[in-house]
Ligand binder design. Structure first.
Ligand SMILES: [Zn+2]
Ligand SMILES: [Zn+2]
Length: 65
């Protein structure tokens, strides 16, 4: 069972991270994270500059040392 944050909609701790933000696995409530100003690092998988904190927001690839 994935550890999620509290869903603003249904209040359950099933608000899990997705490539585009978060989604509640209970009620389906979605949150999309805007990359905001500036680019992330280039993703080797999808070639978009969407890698933030070791994770690609476009395709969901994760990077680690
Ligand atoms: Zn929910
Ligand atoms: Zn990617």
């Amino acid at each position: 069972m994935p550890a999620g944050k509290m869903c603003p909609e249904c209040g359950k701790y099933t608000f899990i991270t997705t490539p585009t933000g978060r989604e509640c696995s209970k009620c389906g409530y979605k949150m999309v994270v805007n990359p905001g100003p500036g680019k992330g690092k280039k993703c080797a998988n999808c070639n978009k500059y969407q890698v933030f904190d070791g994770k690609c927001r476009n395709c969901g690839a994760s990077y680690s040392f």
